[in-house]
Design a protein around this ligand. Structure first.
Ligand SMILES: Nc1nc2c(ncn2[C@@H]2O[C@H](COP(=O)(O)OP(=O)(O)OP(=O)(O)O)[C@@H](O)[C@H]2O)c(=O)[nH]1
Ligand SMILES: [Mg+2]
Length: 362
């Protein structure tokens, strides 16, 4: 799972990246304008895993993982000649979701490239670049399809192309009106058809508003139309970055001093994980307690395959108990006695928080 951190130059992307990943990438008051990507993998905090760890006292504990990519080099006007291109387009397109960082604080020591601080304007400006990039791809493909259909005797002979053409026309209409593809209602089949395009505005977005050291403002102040389905979070960027770089004990003292209930970074990591529309399931034992990531709606045999291809190939049954039921029972044996631990077949739809033991034979 990968999340791309995007934003205009000097919007504090790298500061947020450092806060999320406890990295120490360089932040600068003046943007270098270079295309540059920082990458780091972090564990998703999960109290359920903490519980399981206390119960099983395993040698090793593994949380779900997310990779964050801090992508520098996007700016207003970049897509003018035909959408984003080359390495920059790839850097954005390869992500499963995007964190859009926006500067929402005044500080005279840090010049704003546009001369003034205006979060709604900045958010819309970069969104427009992404939208335009998608529009260029849609239009190119439509032209190509129209050409092929013309040559090969029309739609009647090419039902699949016809479907694609109609679908892309719908996307074009939305994009022309300034609506992102993620807001266009699609059937699962249509989603599948579009997957290969990696449209930028189809990706779910978490809007991160850096409200600076004084930290005022709430997400509701910043809701704008094309983000009505996006998650929005306000946080103090510099402060969060500094907390992330303290030792745990120091950090705890700091949080108390500033009256912060939970560091923004764990909230932000959890929100960004939710954004991916993924479930977590767990495996437990004396060796390892581990969180795994799976698509919502996936069956038990797919979960087995996430752990190891052999487990999917030789799948017989899954022993399943929900994390809550296991915690309530206190042990696997007691859960089995209560009947909350049960056997399921390969088509069982894995639920968020399920604990699985795969029985297999290869
Ligand atoms: N006052 C204040 N300054 C901040 C805060 N967060 C970040 N900054 C400063 O804003 C400047 C830009 O931050 P960066 O994180 O480098 O921004 P960026 O988006 O990565 O910039 P480029 O990669 O050059 O596009 C740096 O000087 C940061 O120290 C904050 O909460 N308050
Ligand atoms: Mg940067």
């Amino acid at each position: 799972m990968q999340l791309g951190i995007i934003g205009l130059p000097s919007s504090t992307k790298t500061t947020i990246f450092n806060a999320l990943t406890r990295s120490q990438a360089r932040t600068t008051a003046y943007t270098t304008g270079q295309i540059e990507t920082h990458t780091a993998v972090v564990s998703v905090p999960d109290p359920r895993v903490d519980h399981l760890r206390a119960m099983f006292e395993p040698r090793k504990t593994t949380y779900a993982q997310i990779q964050y990519n801090d992508i520098a080099g996007l700016r207003v006007g970049i897509g003018k000649e035909g959408g984003l291109s080359g390495p920059l387009l790839n850097a954005v397109a390869q992500n499963d979701a995007l964190l859009h960082v926006v500067r929402a604080f005044e500080d005279e020591a840090i010049p704003h490239p546009a001369g003034s601080v205006n979060p709604a304007r900045d958010l819309a400006a970069l969104d427009f670049e992404l939208l335009f990039s998608d529009l260029v791809i849609v239009e190119r493909r439509l032209e190509r399809l129209a050409h092929d259909l013309d040559k090969r005797g029309g739609y009647a002979q090419r039902p699949a192309d016809q479907k694609e053409f109609d679908l892309l026309m719908r996307l074009k209409e939305a994009l022309d009106l300034g609506a992102p593809i993620r807001d266009v209602p699609l059937t699962p089949e249509e989603e599948k058809r579009l997957r290969g395009y990696e449209f930028l505005t189809a990706k779910p977005v978490l809007v991160v508003l850096n409200v600076g050291d004084k930290g005022s403002g709430s997400p509701a102040d910043y809701l704008i139309d094309h983000h009505r389905h996006s998650a929005v979070i306000c946080l103090r960027g510099d402060l969060e970055m500094n907390i992330a770089q303290l030792e745990p004990a120091e950090a705890a003292a700091f949080l108390v001093e500033y009256g912060i209930a939970e560091p923004g970074l764990s909230r932000m990591i959890r929100l960004s994980y939710d954004l991916l529309g993924q479930h977590s399931f767990f495996t437990v034992g004396k060796d390892e307690v581990r969180a795994w990531t799976i698509t919502e709606g996936a069956p038990a045999v797919a979960a087995a395959g996430v752990i190891h291809t052999d487990l999917a190939r030789g799948f017989i049954r899954a022993e399943v108990v929900s994390c809550d039921d296991l915690i309530a029972a206190g042990s696997l044996a007691e859960a089995r006695r209560r009947g909350t631990l049960r056997l399921e077949g390969r088509d069982y739809v894995v639920q968020d928080g399920d604990i699985l033991t795969i029985r297999f034979n290869v």
